[in-house]
Structures are given as C-alpha cells and as structure tokens.
Design a protein around this ligand. Structure first.
Ligand code: PLP
Length: 302
C-alpha cells in the first residue's frame, strides 16, 4: 500500500483544538482545551487512526491479523480500514464460547467489513504474544500476514501517536489522555514539549512498565515528561459509579458534547478532580485528548 492510499481516506489532521468555557477551570485561571481526535475519521477515530497508520504502511497491503474482545473498537477500526483500503483482515476474538452464537453488533460490523473472525479460548488468547502461539495464528492465516497486537499498541503505534504530541506542542502545557495499553501515552509524551498525564481506566498499576517498554521499542529509551494518575479507574475497565455517571451527564449538558464512557469520561473526570485539588498552577493550558467517540452501534440486548 502506498502512502497515498491512506491519504485518500482524508483524515482530518491536525485534529481541531477547541477551547471550552468551564467555570471549574476558569475560576482557577486554567484554560481547558479539547483535542478533538474523535473527529479524525468516522471509521478510524481518535487513537485508532494514529495507532494504525504506520502499521498499515508497514503491512503494505498484506492481510492484517489482530486481536480483541467481543466489543473491541480496535477490531472494528482494523476491519473498516481493510474494507476502505482493500486488504484482508483477520480478527482473533477472545472467547471460544462466542463461536456458536449470533454475532453481537460490534462483531457483526467487523464481519460485514470482511473481517474473518477466529474465536479462541481465553488461555490461548492470554498467551497470544508468545512466539509459538502467534506463529500458530499466523500459520492459519494467508502467507505474509502482518500481525498487530491487541489494542493496536506496538512501537509503530507509539510512533504514530507522537504526532499527537507534536500537534499539541506550544499550544498546551499539560495534555491528558486515557490509557488502556499505554501506546497512546507513550507516543504523546514523546512528541509533546509539555507535561503528559495518563489516566489508566484499568486497575492494576502495571501501566508504567508498559509505557516505558513501548517507548524503548519505539524511540530507543524514555521520552518526554509523563506521569500516571491511577485514582480514576472507577473500579476497572467498563466499570462506573454514580459519581462518574453524574459527572458525565453534567459535562455533556454543559458542553453539548456526547462523551465516550469507557475511556474519555474517566480522563475528563480526573482533570476536573485535579483542578479542584489545585494540582495545576494558574495560567496552565490543559488539553484533554478526546481519543474516541461514543459508540454509534445499537446496544447488544442478547
Ligand atoms: C477511546 C479510547 N481512548 C483511549 C484508549 C487507550 O489507548 P491505549 O490502549 O493506547 O492506552 C483506547 C484504547 O485503544 C480507546 O478506545
């Protein structure tokens, strides 16, 4: 695949940086800016575009195999890229119990985009990064298939996300991003001349090591000024609590913007909490990276 093929998808880059009026920031002399990565591309929004772009160039039109859970946004984005750019995709889905069931709306979209789905038991899925396990998946795929890890996070993904940091350099002092695998933060921090703040949405305290490993693989060592605040996972991945629910509804009403719940909501919640704690000096320009849009798929009622 040529570089031009990806350009033909007409991504909206650099993504808009929008100031928002929010008195919780304004009364402390802080400026809140929304970095609208959710507007980059309708089928590859936010960090999906940034993480896939260099991987798809490296795949150069070969089939792409990747991994995800039954509701993975990354699987959907990869399947959509395959449809738009005309390369085959294979999605390894966690949970072999799903194999005999009707597809949920997320997997149905992947299949409609031409992705071949391979359901796998959870133990094999957990071991997917082991060379022998990965080799077994690739052996069942067409020759020359290019593998992208779960969540799309590898060295090329981190490199792709460095562009996010470059777009924000000189325009914000702090840039906050929600973290799952840490790939987006690893790249953001490397490209940014300010302070990057990562808000993990999973429990576990493992993320710092992941970010360091991704930076070592992508850039040869630590890059940028970044830290994590582990207090805002609200119980873990996909979990919420009444305080977060209330916060999101209020934020949506204040700003007329629907918020993605799994990641973006927790990052915004963290920023408002930190502002209220006095964590930022007056005059600080804070960019909140909107890494995704709310799910447009119908709810799975099965
Ligand atoms: C909307 C959204 N924001 C943030 C993230 C976290 O990105 P990362 O896994 O690179 O930490 C994800 C996961 O890819 C996501 O879907």
């Amino acid at each position: 695949m040529e570089t031009d093929d990806l350009a033909a998808l007409a991504p909206r880059l650099p993504s808009p940086l929008e100031p928002v009026e929010d008195e919780r920031f304004a009364r402390r002399g802080l400026a809140l800016l929304l970095k609208r990565d959710d507007l980059i591309h309708p089928d590859l929004p936010g960090n999906k575009w940034r993480k896939l772009v260099l991987n798809l160039r490296a795949a150069a039109g070969r089939p792409v195999l990747t991994f995800g859970g039954a509701y993975s946004n990354h699987l959907r984005a990869t399947a959509a890229a395959g449809r738009l750019l005309g390369f085959p995709t294979i999605g390894v889905v966690r949970g072999d119990e799903l194999a005999g069931r009707p597809l949920n709306p997320s997997l149905a979209r992947c299949a409609a985009d031409g992705m071949r789905l391979e359901f796998t038991d959870r133990a094999t899925y957990r071991a997917k990064h082991e060379p022998a396990v990965l080799a077994a998946f690739l052996a069942r795929a067409p020759e020359g298939t290019y593998a992208v890890p779960e969540g799309g996070s590898n060295a090329l993904a981190a490199e792709g996300c460095a562009a996010l940091g470059r777009e924000l350099s000189g325009r914000a002092d702090v840039a906050a991003v929600a973290c799952g695998t840490g790939g987006t933060l690893a790249g953001l921090a490397a490209g940014f001349d300010g302070r990057a703040l990562g808000v993990p949405v999973l429990r576990g305290g493992f993320l710092g090591g992941e970010v360091r490993a991704l930076q070592a693989a992508a850039f040869g060592g630590p890059r940028g000024d970044w830290r994590l605040d582990e207090r805002f996972h609200c119980g873990g991945y996909g979990r919420s609590n009444p305080e977060l629910d209330l916060f999101v509804r209020d934020f949506e009403a204040r700003h007329g913007l629907a918020i993605e719940r799994l990641y973006v909501a927790k990052m915004l919640f963290a920023l408002v909490s930190l502002a209220e704690e006095g964590a930022f000096a007056p005059g600080t320009r804070i960019a909140a990276v909107v890494t995704g849009a709310p799910d447009a798929l119908p709810q799975d009622t099965a």
